[in-house]
Write a protein that binds this ligand. Structure first.
Ligand SMILES: Nc1ncnc2c1ncn2[C@@H]1O[C@H](COP(=O)(O)OP(=O)(O)O)[C@@H](O)[C@H]1O
Ligand SMILES: [Mg+2]
Length: 423
């Protein structure tokens, strides 16, 4: 069995960070591990599988092999017996080099079975960060992998969402996009709500935040990672939020360029920063655009919205500087094929290509607002699918095909063929 990584192009062993993968249906467990990886553990999250063991597909396994994690954390809580068979399969097929199990059981039978399966350690749930860090440290010593902090961190991408007409769905889109990006990439993702009058991102996540972007801007001179963390709210979905103030606030005498510096600082801390830019154009919004790697310009296909977009386009284009035309990406929201104004008419009116359409999906969007749970967390509405596709485009990570799960069939036959079945 070959446990060596054959990575010709990557950094030599000893200089590369440790890569982890997580298999769990439990969002709290995944969120907590991601957090420990990012802070105490200094582990790069390679891939998460969120499906129950019986729904894990060959595509998931293929992705796992590509990511080639140093350690796979397997949440055994829901089904310890199948989970342990699966762990054994991962190890014996070299899909994983190390498996760490977790669960709330203290049954000696399960622990013994875990040992037999080759599971390196067993962590009790809920996870104790120090225990997880201890496990990571032991694996690190074994593999000779360095902590992530020793490799220079790449700057994150800052994506602004903007619609010049209120009620077009910009905030809904910003929140769903952030959650979808995090779902596919498991990278650190932050939503920044710059709408000081009507900031609604917290509402869409069902959150009641204590601090806001105003606090961050006011205290900018002493902002470091610690203070930033105290202003940030963590959602169960895994995304983090720098909310708008509950009561309309203002940035007072804050010069616009301060927001540019803050956004630059946030890009150092996060892989993706999604900014909900309000429709009021002022120094803060203009600096937010300038700091953006991409602007998603959202419109609905009606005359009033298109007219507002036409009016704001010269200003946005004026901020583009040397950036290419692709900097501003037009998204038509509340799209339906039977809509009286077609996509090509929108393109003709605005003189630019429509890059994406998001389906009009009243029910899904309304339900998600009422429940404080973004639509992309709930099943397969047309809107959620559209946003997911966009997130895949941004992250470069394609979501698993939606064809019916072939795997457990595949896995079961692998087990039967003697890979793992000892019973
Ligand atoms: N694709 C969509 N289909 C149906 N309703 C939508 C869609 N996108 C947004 N909405 C609804 O439009 C309203 C305005 O959305 P919001 O995100 O607050 O817009 P904005 O931030 O542009 O003012 C909300 O009631 C939201 O539910
Ligand atoms: Mg809004």
């Amino acid at each position: 069995m070959n446990y060596e990584r054959t990575n010709e192009t990557g950094p030599v062993s000893g200089e590369s960070p440790m890569v982890g993968a997580v298999i769990s249906t439990d969002p709290d467990f995944r969120g907590r591990l991601t957090e420990i990886f990012a802070t105490g553990g200094e582990v790069v999250v390679g891939f998460d599988v969120v499906e129950p063991f019986t729904r894990i597909t060959d595509a998931h396994l293929e992705k796992l092999r590509q990511v080639d994690p140093d350690v796979v954390f397997v949440d055994l809580e829901s089904d310890p017996h199948v989970g342990l068979k699966f762990s054994e399969f991962l190890l014996e097929s070299s899909t994983a080099r190390t498996v760490v199990g977790a669960g709330s059981t203290d049954s000696p039978e399960i622990l013994l079975r875990a040992m037999e399966a080759g599971v390196l350690e067993f962590l009790p749930k809920p996870l104790d960060p120090r225990k997880v860090e201890g496990v990571i440290e032991r694996i690190r010593r074994k593999t000779g992998k360095t902590a992530n902090r020793e490799t220079p961190r790449q700057l994150g991408q800052l994506l602004s969402v903007f619609s010049p007409k209120g009620g077009s769905g910009a905030t809904t889109f910003a929140v769903n996009l952030a959650v979808a990006i995090h779902q596919v990439s498991r990278k650190r993702t932050l939503i920044v709500d710059l709408d000081l009058e009507l900031g609604e991102t917290a509402l869409l996540l069902g959150k009641d935040p204590r601090f806001s972007s105003v606090d961050l801007v006011r205290n900018y001179h002493r902002v470091d990672e610690g203070l930033l963390a105290s202003y940030i709210e963590r959602d169960e979905s895994g995304v983090e939020l720098l909310s708008a103030p509950y009561q309309p606030g203002d940035f007072g005498t804050v010069e616009g360029d301060r927001i540019g510096k803050i956004l630059g600082f946030l890009k150092e801390q996060y892989d993706y920063v999604i900014v909900d830019v309000p429709k009021t154009l002022n120094a803060v919004t203009l600096h937010a655009f300038e700091a953006s790697d991409r602007i998603y310009l959202l419109t609905t296909a009606d005359l009033q919205s298109l007219r507002n977009v036409t009016r704001s386009l010269p200003l946005l284009k004026g901020l583009a500087g040397g950036r290419d035309d692709d900097w501003i990406r037009l998204v038509v929201n509340r799209f339906s094929p039977s809509h009286p104004i077609s996509v090509s008419e929108v393109e003709k009116t605005l003189g630019m290509k429509v890059r994406w359409t998001l389906r009009n999906d009243y029910r899904a969007v309304l339900d998600s607002i009422n429940e404080g749970r973004p639509a992309v967390l709930e099943g397969r509405s047309a809107y959620a699918e559209n946003v997911r596709r966009l997130a895949a485009d941004i992250t470069g990570i394609q979501t698993a095909p939606k064809t019916k799960s072939r795997l457990f069939g595949g896995l079961v036959s692998a087990l039967r063929n003697g890979h793992a079945d000892r019973s």
